[in-house]
Design a binder for this molecule. Sequence first.
Ligand code: SF4
Ligand code: SF4
Length: 493
Amino acid sequence: MSITTKRILVLFSVNVLMAVHLLAFYHFRAYGLGTISPQGGLDILVDGIITGSAIFTGVLVILTIAFGRLACGWLCHWAGFMECSHVLLKKAGIEAKPLHSRAGILRYAFLAMLIATPVTSYFGKGMPEIGDVQLGAVEVFTPDLPTGVVLVATVVVSAVVITGLFGSRAFCRYICPWSLILRFFDRISPTRIRQKKKCEACRTCTNECPMGIDVQKEIEAHGQVRSTECVRCLTCTSGCPSGVLSYSAKAGPFQPGGSFRTRLSDFGWATDLLFIVPAAILAPVAIFKLDSFQGWLGAAWGISIGYCALKVFTAREKRDRGIAAGGGLLLAAGVAWAVFTPTQVAAYNTGKYAARSGEFAEAEQLFRGALAMDPNGRLSYDILQELAALMVDEARWDEAEAVYQEQLALKPYYEPQVKYNMGQAYMRQARFAEAADSYRAVLRTRPKFADAHFNLAYCLRDLGQEQEATAELAEAIRLKPSLASMLQLPDAP
Ligand code: SF4
Ligand code: SF4
């Protein structure tokens, strides 16, 4: 069995495990472990909760420091789609060689998006106290993930199309922001592809590397692969006819071998812009219309359309120009579909803008329209959240309470968040007994939620239960010492 087949089997198993996880969470209501996607791993820097994501992200970082980007090569579920696409395309006679382009800078834009929330939160609220372990605090399939026709479009365009156009693992090289984060840690990993005997310079390793690394040149120059793009897929070690390469840790003194320098582009700047500009335009369109995760789809759309345009102008054969024109038109049709089809996400986003501009009636109308499109959709919880906030602001308490109950019915695993919001709404109405009940419900599942202890203390004091209020306040400050600066209990929000 070839190393590629073994890797595809492992990647397939990762996707099977993901399916089991989804089934356990949604069908069997096993809410103990929520998402472990690294995408949510930075949330720990926003609310201080140690989620499954945060732990998995930590494990990924440790794995990368120890073994290099092995997880990219063998554990990424998305890599499974890409590797399968590459094999299928090869079977269909399409041999897509990895192309390098400055369009890889798109990854930095997605990285900026990834860290924007924790950074904004830091400047708004400061660093959270980290401590509450809630592995199931974020559901497995978060609302911004694609479903239905969008999922198909995402897989086809992000995995098959750009693999066919830009070569294997194009998604890793052009779009995935995690590749940049893991490249940073890969830089200090002592475990690399190394030369163990004389190289015959046949260049098989270079020709077969799915990341487009010039392995032979790196071996010749450094005796090891220093590129941080190496995903330790081991194609080169198993493919070298002379058995030159091994995957090993450097014995003796620690010698970090990584380098950020990789080949930048096979094209000139003008061609690279032909890829970058449409991607930079279509990524935000996809985010607004289809949700944040689909920014990746928009970028994949953009660089693929750019590639088709390039081929229409440069292909020698008329037939190739025709294929490129047809492909470009197909992709443009996909974009038109995304832009002109009314979507729940677009209505929801427009509603949020209206609410922020103080257009509350219009915002409510948009939220209700978005809900009507898919009342039980995964985004419905967030829409209800916005609706409830509008109603609380307008003192429409009974309606808000009904909306909170709808939220609970939709996503029972988010009870702590909903009950906390209900507690705050009750406090605004001076209904302290009900608010206290809500905070107690929060604390049953999140006993280390300092703010809930703090607000409960306020309610209990108002209810004349001084002793319990003092105990709750002490617990709040123990969990979150910064609350000591607010020893004057707050006014009701
Ligand atoms: S495949 Fe092996 S022998 Fe050929 S260039 Fe690469 S390391 Fe050298
Ligand atoms: S250098 Fe070798 S292990 Fe690294 S990505 Fe290329 S083929 Fe895979």
